[in-house]
Design a protein around this ligand. Structure first.
Ligand SMILES: Cc1ncc(COP(=O)(O)O)c(C=O)c1O
Length: 440
C-alpha cells in the first residue's frame, strides 16, 4: 500500500475526484497551507497559485475576514433548516448578490456547488414554462465542449465526451447541442474576444428548425467556456444568441460558475459582454472557495411566474438541506464585502493589459499553437503528442509544480485564472516559470 511520505497516513481510502488516482498516489502532490497568491507544500515549498485554486479563490487565500465571519456564525448558530424557515444572513446575502447582478436578475436560489446550480436552473426553466401553461417546452439546448458540472442535468447539456460516454442511458431526454465556437484556424492568437464566428450562434436557428421552438425550454452556455480550455465567445456571438432566444421564446441561461465574481473585469460576464440572460448559475467565487456554495440568479419575470398560485402552496419543489447554510452565507457576505472594498470585481480590467502582454509573450515557444485571453483568464494551447492527447500539457503541469507554480490543464490546453489580487510581479513570476517549462 502506498504510504504518504508527508503525513504517514495511507492514501488508498480517499477516491480522488477527476484524478488519475494510481498515478497520484504513486507520487503525491500535496498542498498544506495557503496565503495570498501562494500555496505551500507540507515540506515548505512555495507554489504560486496560477489557478485561484480551481477558479474560485478570487480574493486570494487566507482572508481573515472570511475566517472570522464563519467562526462567528458557527458560534451564534451552526445550522438552520432552509425549508419553511429562514435566517437573516440568507436574505442579506441574496440582497448583496442582487446588488452586483445584471439588471433584471432580482432573485437568488442557493445551492452548494456549480453542478447543483446548473441542475437547479434547468429544473426552474422546465417548471417556468409549465407554470406559464407552456408544458410542451421540454427540450434543453447545450453546446459542444461545454462543462456544466457533473449532475445528470449538467452532463446532459454538457459537451465533454469523457463526462458523458459512460452514462448514455442516464442522460435526460430531449437535449440537443449547439456547435462549439473554437475556431483556431481563423482566431489563433486573438487578444480579447476573437473577431470571427458570431455566425456560430445561428446554429440555434438550425435546432429550432429541427425541433420547433414550441418544444424548447432553454439554452445554456458558458459565456467563456473554461473547463474545455478557455474558449472565448466570438464578438457578437452572445448578443445574437440572445436575439434568437427572444425571437423564439427560449430562456437563456449563462453558466457563470467560473466567469462570475470578477474574472472578466466585471462582476459577471453578462455585464462585461452586455448580454443579459434570464438566469445565471454561479458558485466558486461567491464564497472565495472557502465554504461550498452555489446560487442561481433568476429574473423577476421567471420568479413572478411561480408566485401565482394560492399563497400557502410551495411554489417550487426543489431545495437542499444546505441551501443558504449559515456558514456559507457568512462566508459569502464577508467575500462580497472584500470584493467591494478592494474593487476586485473590476480589477481584472485594470490588470488585463499587463496579463495579456505577458501571456502573449509565450507565442513562439515550442509547441505553443495558440494563446487567448480575456480579463484575468488565459488559455495556452499546445500541439498534442501524437497518440497521447493531454500528455504534453500534463508534462508542463508537472514541471511547473516542481518549479513552484500551480496551473490547470485540460487536454493539451493550459488554463490560467489567477486570483484577482494578482500584482505585476506575480504575473512575471507566473509567465517566467511557465516559459521555462515550455522551453525545456
Ligand atoms: C461552467 C461550470 N459549470 C459548473 C461547474 C461545476 O461546479 P462544481 O464543481 O462546483 O459542481 C463548473 C466547475 O468548474 C464550471 O466551470
Amino acid at each position: 500500500m502506498a504510504a504518504n511520505p508527508n503525513t504517514g497516513s495511507d492514501l488508498n481510502a480517499y477516491w480522488m475526484p477527476f484524478t488519475a488516482n494510481r498515478q497520484f498516489k504513486g507520487k503525491p502532490r500535496m498542498l498544506a497551507r495557503a496565503s495570498g497568491m501562494y500555496y505551500e507544500t507540507p515540506e515548505g515549498r512555495r507554489i504560486l497559485d496560477g489557478a485561484a485554486g480551481l477558479w474560485c479563490v478570487n480574493a486570494g487565500h487566507g482572508r481573515t475576514e472570511i475566517t472570522q465571519a464563519v467562526a462567528r456564525q458557527l458560534e451564534v448558530m451552526d445550522y438552520a433548516p432552509p425549508f419553511q424557515m429562514g435566517h437573516p444572513a440568507a436574505f442579506e446575502l441574496a440582497n448583496a448578490v442582487v446588488k452586483i447582478a445584471p439588471r433584471g436578475l432580482e432573485h437568488v436560489f442557493f445551492t452548494n456547488s456549480g453542478s447543483e446550480s446548473v441542475d437547479t436552473a434547468l429544473k426552474i426553466a422546465l417548471a417556468y414554462h409549465r407554470a406559464k401553461g407552456d408544458a410542451a417546452r421540454v427540450r434543453l439546448v447545450g453546446r459542444e465542449r461545454a462543462y456544466h458540472g457533473v449532475g445528470f442535468g449538467g452532463i446532459s447539456v454538457g459537451g465533454m465526451v469523457a463526462n458523458r460516454k459512460v452514462w448514455p442511458a442516464a442522460m435526460i431526454p430531449g437535449v440537443d447541442h449547439l456547435r462549439h465556437t473554437h475556431d483556431p484556424a481563423r482566431n489563433a492568437f486573438s487578444r480579447g474576444l476573437p473577431a470571427n464566428g458570431a455566425e456560430f450562434a445561428d446554429d440555434l436557428e438550425r435546432l429550432v428548425a429541427l425541433h420547433d421552438a414550441s418544444t424548447i425550454a432553454a439554452v445554456i452556455v458558458e459565456p467563456i467556456a473554461g473547463s474545455t480550455g478557455v474558449l472565448l465567445p466570438p464578438q457578437g456571438y452572445l448578443k445574437r444568441l440572445r436575439q434568437i432566444c427572444d425571437k423564439h421564446g427560449l430562456l437563456l441561461i449563462f453558466d457563470e460558475v467560473i466567469t462570475g465574481f470578477g474574472r472578466t473585469g466585471s462582476p459577471f460576464a453578462a455585464q462585461e459582454f452586455d448580454v443579459i440572460p434570464d438566469m445565471i448559475t454561479c458558485a466558486k467565487g461567491l464564497t472565495n472557495g472557502a465554504i461550498p456554495m452555489g446560487a442561481v440568479l433568476v429574473s423577476k419575470n421567471i420568479y413572478d411566474a411561480f408566485m401565482q398560485g394560492p399563497p400557502g402552496a410551495i411554489e417550487l419543489f426543489h431545495g437542499y438541506t444546505y441551501s443558504a447554510h449559515p456558514t456559507a452565507c457568512a462566508a459569502g457576505l464577508a467575500t462580497l464585502d472584500i470584493y467591494q472594498r478592494e474593487n476586485l470585481l473590476t480589477r481584472g480590467k485594470q490588470m488585463a493589459p499587463v496579463f495579456e502582454q505577458a501571456v502573449h509573450s509565450l507565442k513562439g515557444l515550442p509547441h505553443v499553437i495558440d494563446v487567448r485571453n480575456y480579463g484575468l483568464v488565459a488559455g495556452i494551447e499546445l500541439d498534442p503528442i501524437a497518440g497521447t492527447p493531454g500528455a504534453r500539457a500534463f508534462g508542463i503541469y508537472l514541471k511547473c509544480f516542481e518549479r513552484g507554480l500551480l496551473i490547470r490543464t485540460t487536454g493539451d490546453i493550459i488554463a490560467l485564472s489567477p486570483a484577482l489580487i494578482i500584482e505585476p510581479k506575480h504575473i512575471d513570476e507566473l509567465v517566467g516559470i511557465l516559459s521555462q517549462a515550455l522551453r525545456e
